[in-house]
Design a protein around this ligand. Structure first.
Ligand SMILES: NC(=O)c1ccc[n+]([C@@H]2O[C@H](COP(=O)([O-])OP(=O)(O)OC[C@H]3O[C@@H](n4cnc5c(N)ncnc54)[C@H](OP(=O)(O)O)[C@@H]3O)[C@@H](O)[C@H]2O)c1
Length: 345
């Protein structure tokens, strides 16, 4: 049997993505073959294509952080899982494919009746949002939160979960995302035309309890200025490394996978040394998953439950067939996307 998958042939722009057809992979010992129904498209995929994400594999590789699929074939001796069962996984790369083989321990059952594109949105975006909110920030009802990139994949997840947690929310976005942010209960702040530190000062007088910052670099330090004493910035991304002058495909050969992480380390130290008890804490879904795999499983099951109860509703920006992965990356890279882009079978 043959299948198709997308590969990144070299670190760079859209031309680095190619669809190949080959023999279907066979599950090795302890592995399960999954027929992919939906694979999430996210900024970390674009960063890996550009070669600037810390988890970037050597080329050629198949991108795709997260997937939902059907169990298709079991290797010998596997029990506790059946052919035809719907499962979710976060392999970090490899999900842009018709079939993928994964160790059984990586698979989490998906309750029946859920839409595959909505279910896959929970894996990377909502677990990130949920763990940052409840495990890193330990947010409590009535607290104030500033969510940067609030109209994006993780941002809209933070808004929905923040609403359930009873937070007062402010969200930076471009003018294209303002309505979506307001609809999800956030007060929009236009990051292209307003100074968010001044706006937070004007709207709250003393600052917010927590800032969720995916922008990185010097932006983290500005975020710290929006905190009230005792507050914390949860830093979780490096949009600044691929936006504007940071776009890596314009500078081939200059892959700086750990530069942003080093700057972050300096800011964490500064947060401890300077007065005001304003801390910067890093969040990484893959690090926490490696350290605490049980939390990952437990949190995803809690999120599937919220989806089944219709307490959360992932915003799907657009669905593309697998072979149009390049168009999906182009759309996400251009910006202005509200919610999550998904590759569907
Ligand atoms: N640490 C982790 O475990 C983890 C997990 C998942 C994701 N991430 C990171 O999270 C980030 C977001 O990923 P995503 O998939 O949600 O991306 P996304 O859907 O593209 O969302 C990013 C959003 O940020 C907005 N934005 C861009 N520059 C901004 C600025 N200067 N100020 C405020 N908003 C700005 C964009 O708005 P416009 O397009 O309208 O300009 C867009 O809505 C990425 O850096 C990713 O690497 C980290």
């Amino acid at each position: 049997m043959r299948h198709r998958r997308v590969i990144v042939t070299h670190y760079g722009g859209l031309d680095a993505l190619r669809v190949v057809e080959e023999e279907c992979p066979e599950p090795k010992n302890g592995e399960v073959r999954v027929r992919v129904l939906a694979a999430g498209v996210s900024l970390p995929d674009i960063m890996a294509r550009e070669g600037v994400h810390p988890e970037t594999p050597p080329v050629p590789f198949t991108p795709g952080w997260d997937l939902v699929g059907v169990v298709d074939q079991l290797s010998a001796g596997i029990s506790g899982i059946e052919s035809g069962q719907i499962v979710a996984a976060m392999p970090i790369h490899g999900a842009y494919a018709e079939f993928i083989c994964l160790p059984q321990r990586e698979l989490i059952p998906v309750p029946s009746g859920l839409d595959a594109a909505e279910a896959v949105s929970l894996v990377l975006n909502y677990i990130t949002a949920y763990q940052m909110m409840h495990r890193s920030a330990k947010a409590k009802p009535g607290q104030r939160a500033l969510i940067h990139g609030a109209a994006g994949g993780v941002g809209t997840a933070l808004l929905q979960l923040g609403h359930l947690a009873g937070l007062e929310m402010y969200g930076t976005c471009s003018s294209r995302g303002a309505q979506a942010v307001a609809d999800l209960g956030g007060i929009p702040i236009d990051y292209q035309n307003q100074d968010f530190v001044k706006e937070i000062g004007r709207l709250t007088s003393e600052g917010v309890d927590v800032v969720f910052d995916p922008i990185g670099g010097t932006h983290l330090w500005h975020s710290r200025k929006a905190l009230r004493p005792g507050g914390r910035v949860v830093g979780y991304g490096l949009i600044s490394s691929i936006r504007g002058e940071g776009l890596a495909s314009g500078r081939p050969g200059r892959r700086q996978r750990f530069r942003g992480t080093a700057i972050f380390g300096l800011y964490i130290a500064g947060g401890w040394l300077l007065p005001g008890r304003k801390r910067l804490v890093p969040y990484s879904i893959q690090t926490l998953k490696r350290l605490k795999p049980a939390w990952f499983r437990q949190d995803l099951i809690a999120l599937f439950d919220l989806l089944q109860q219709q307490k959360i509703k992932p915003l799907i920006a657009q669905r593309f067939p697998l072979v149009e992965a390049r168009q999906a990356h182009e759309l996400l890279g251009k910006g202005g996307v509200i919610g999550k882009i998904v590759l569907v079978r």
